[in-house]
Design a protein around this ligand. Structure first.
Ligand code: ZN
Length: 211
């Protein structure tokens, strides 16, 4: 039985019971109460679907950043920060290009967003990143008081948003981040595996040419 059909059946049963026990007025009150409840559930569901669509839209923007990294031969990881439905910071991995361990996608996006808001605090901001953040970036996210993090795929061997550690949601710190995992997970994972496949092929060709 579909969830909504089952719910309607329960509602009717409850109204019928009210009728037999308390008469028509009582049944009407129960019906109104149940209608209100149903409307609230529908509104919550609509809000959830809208949020899901928004999350996918901004994750696509983060994937675009990841593509930029791939195009300069960097491991494709991308990030965007959203404030009141507007992207206020973008970043992609440039670790080798910049020769800097600080050039992770999230750090760049945080720096740009802070500059835009003229505040080191990124309250009310949502950070979208294609790969689960490392310990440095998860730490910076907590330090910046980012309200919510949405991640694409997980990084089982190095991630600090739930895999190795969960720095984002540690109760011991003064700030906890709301976390959503697995948004456009397949695309986020594929861009990485395609990159490494390409890299292996490139290395093989190089080795062959040198012999
Ligand atoms: Zn990082």
């Amino acid at each position: 039985m579909k969830h909504s059909m089952f719910r309607n059946y329960l509602y009717k049963k409850e109204i019928y019971e009210e009728w037999t026990m308390g008469g028509e007025k009582s049944a009407k009150r129960a019906a109104n109460r149940l209608l209100r409840k149903q409307r609230m559930e529908e509104e919550a569901e609509a809000a959830r679907i809208l949020q899901e669509k928004k999350d996918q839209k901004y994750m696509r923007a983060a994937l675009k950043q990841a593509q930029k990294a791939a195009s300069i031969g960097e491991v494709p990881i991308g990030c965007v920060i959203v404030y009141r439905d507007q992207i206020i910071g973008r970043g992609y991995n440039r670790r080798n290009t910049d020769k800097s361990t600080l050039s992770h996608a999230e750090i760049t996006a945080i720096r740009k967003a802070s500059k835009k808001l003229q505040d080191w605090r990124l309250e009310e901001c949502t950070l979208y990143v294609t790969l689960e953040p490392c310990q440095m970036c998860a730490g910076a996210i907590v330090q910046a008081r980012v309200e919510r993090v949405v991640m694409g795929c997980m990084n089982l061997k190095a991630g600090c948003g739930g895999s190795v550690l969960n720095i984002l949601e540690m109760q011991e710190f003064n700030h906890q981040v709301k976390v959503t995992r697995g948004v456009l997970e397949e695309e986020c994972s594929k861009i990485l595996s395609d990159f490494f496949k390409q890299l292996r092929l490139h290395n093989k060709v190089e080795k062959y040419m040198n012999n």
